[in-house]
Design a protein around this ligand. Structure first.
Ligand SMILES: [Zn+2]
Ligand SMILES: [Zn+2]
Length: 435
């Protein structure tokens, strides 16, 4: 324990002795501020050592090392490269899980910063540069910061905290399992059984100091699919002697547009259907034998999602039939809706306002992006929010989007993340005690 921590520890002990748990905020503030520079240094290390999904070996080792320094006993190799640590508070109470995703992306960093990533990795067999182009380095550092603060006040915590450092949020490599789905499958929310889970995402389009959130569906379900069309190959000059999978595909793509525009009750929730990839043919004068397309379906309502999937299958089968072709539609993995439990949202919203300031918490429209935090929320009530990452003085329109080479989030964003996650944890535990 560092001298400053020792002092704060005694201060905390006396604070808790004198007051009820309601007064934890000033203590969280001071403890978080005292470790800010340490957390920024850690963030830089993780940024410089970015690794791809399910390959976060150095990252996981460093996380485990930092947790061990705090006196915790991390479990490693959870869902391949995940790290989980449990902190038992000094008082009985509920179990709160806090989640940080830890993977980088195959993006070549262009930011002119001394701690830019020069890492390389292998993605689908290719050598690629690796960068924390989604800001998961800040998520790791924030959660380590929370672990630091919480271990300082361990004796006063009325409950248990499970720190979940999750690999492969961006998706496991082809043919591999991973991410939150695999963690859930391996029982990460059991023993001790988690009562509620909190997670955040840094945002390069929100100013530092702000929080963006909503009740209910905050991010979409994502269903990836593949359509294979089988035709009959022939010379390009005599299409009547074959079955053209390209014309069939063109009709399918056009008909699919009516699923969203004609079948979805759009005033209820958004749905998006995108074909992002189409592969077929080789020469101008050959009608090919087959073709395949890849697409994604995004929905913010489960009933609408099921209807869109049914209609997609009907369109694919019917259009294939009228063209004399054969077609298969295969759904290839799905992320559920990232759904903020309305009761938990109502309960915890005051904590967000109290920590960030009422004027800094915004209710946002749903987002058609997806997030595998949703797998945890399918099991237990969860709350997921966005944390501002744009440096003061930078306009939102000048900041690069996530997943791009110029993506950047400011170090000053993390302090509010540490405070918010800490206060959510303590307020949640306190409210369970009062019930
Ligand atoms: Zn991300
Ligand atoms: Zn991302």
């Amino acid at each position: 324990m560092k001298p400053t921590h020792l002092f704060l520890f005694f201060l905390s002990a006396s604070l808790f002795a004198q007051h009820s748990f309601a007064q934890h905020e000033p203590l969280v503030d001071r403890l978080a501020s005292s470790i800010e520079s340490e957390i920024i240094e850690l963030r830089h290390w993780f940024h410089q050592n970015a690794e791809l999904s399910n390959r976060e070996f150095k990252t996981a080792a460093r996380i485990a090392e930092e947790l061990t320094k705090l006196g915790l006993e991390p479990e490693i190799e959870v869902a391949h490269t995940g790290v989980v640590a449990v902190l038992e508070g000094g008082l009985p109470g509920p179990v709160v899980a806090l989640r940080a995703d830890i993977d980088g992306l195959p993006v070549n960093e262009r930011c002119n910063i001394p701690w830019a990533s020069r890492m390389m990795g292998t993605y689908n067999g290719d050598k690629v540069p690796v960068m924390h182009a989604c800001g998961h380095d800040t998520h790791i550092a924030i959660l380590l910061g929370v672990a630091n603060v919480m271990t300082e006040i361990r004796e006063q915590i009325p409950g248990t905290i499970k720190f979940i450092f999750q690999p492969a949020e961006e998706g496991a490599p082809a043919g591999e399992e991973g991410g939150a789905e695999l963690m859930v499958k391996e029982g990460v929310l059991k023993d001790p059984d988690v009562d509620a889970i909190f997670g955040l995402h840094i945002a390069s389009y929100i100013p530092v100091g702000q929080i963006a959130v909503r009740s209910g569906s905050i991010m979409a379900a994502a269903d990836a699919f593949r359509i294979d069309i089988q035709g009959v190959q022939t010379h390009g000059s005599t299409p009547w002697s074959g079955v053209d999978p390209i014309v069939t595909a063109a009709q399918m793509i056009n008909s699919m547009q009516t699923i969203v525009s004609r079948n979805m009750e759009l005033t209820k929730a958004a749905t998006v259907l995108t074909i992002g990839s189409i592969h077929g043919g080789i020469r101008s004068n050959i009608i090919p034998e087959k073709l395949y397309m890849l697409g994604t379906l995004r929905s913010l309502d489960n009933d609408m999602k099921e209807l869109a999937k049914t209609r997609l299958r009907e369109v694919v089968e019917a259009i294939a039939k009228v063209n004399g072709a054969e077609a298969t539609l295969e759904f290839q993995g799905s992320y559920p809706i990232t759904f903020n439990d309305p009761a938990l949202f109502d309960q915890m919203f005051p904590t967000l306002e109290k920590t960030a300031g009422e004027e800094n918490v915004f209710i946002i429209p749903s987002i058609t992006g997806a997030e595998d935090f949703s797998f945890f929320q399918e099991q237990v009530p969860g709350l997921y929010f966005f944390l501002g990452g744009i440096a003061e003085g930078t306009k939102p329109e000048d900041s690069a989007p996530h997943h791009t080479p110029d993506f950047f989030v400011d170090d000053s964003s993390m302090l509010l993340g540490i405070k918010t996650m800490s206060n959510l944890t303590l307020d949640y535990m306190k409210s369970q005690h009062n019930e």
